[in-house]
Design a protein around this ligand. Sequence first.
Ligand SMILES: [Mg+2]
Length: 218
Amino acid sequence: MKKLILFDLDNTLFDSRSFRKSVFDKIGNFYSKETTALKIAHICEEIYNEFIIEFGLFYPEMFSERLSKRIGKKVERNDISKLIFDKRTFKDHFHEDVWSTLRTVSKIGEIGIFSQGDTRFQHAKLAHLDQLISKGRIHITTNKRSKMIEVLQKYNTYKIFYVDDMLPYLYEAKKLMPNIRTVWIKRGRYAQNQKDIPDFKPDATITNLKEVIKMVAA
Ligand SMILES: [Mg+2]
């Protein structure tokens, strides 16, 4: 049976928190100096959190408008876009265990991505993993819950391993397809603040992605 290892992106492979810190500091320094720059970086993080609460994802294209309102300064969409979409920054913010894990796992099965986020933003991150992800196996959506059945059914002839930092999504996947292997990678703010879900225990709980290798190889 063919194997598919479906990875979530943010917090699972990509260290969203360290990425935000780096980019928001740059934005702060672009518009101001020293303490005010720090204040702007903090406002950026607040705006980010507003987006997550309102839409469940971050929209880089709408960011400049909100920042402009908050700091009372003209913020050009183009400047923000350049700072956020700087290719070099993305590469530095993958978790350390990603490269070797994906390289090894790609020899055992097909690697897919299932992520909730802005398409352009997520593809910019994934550009660095290009060769490791199997063709046509990238699924980016603005609503993971509603897209889940469609994505999983595409692979119903595969043995599926699904790795995510968000327990509720793993639970959802297990309900839809009970023979899927659910792997909870416990890192990032959602995993840290996650309460138990009654009647659900993922097939594995890990803190380092490398632990996926032996599960997939077994
Ligand atoms: Mg995630």
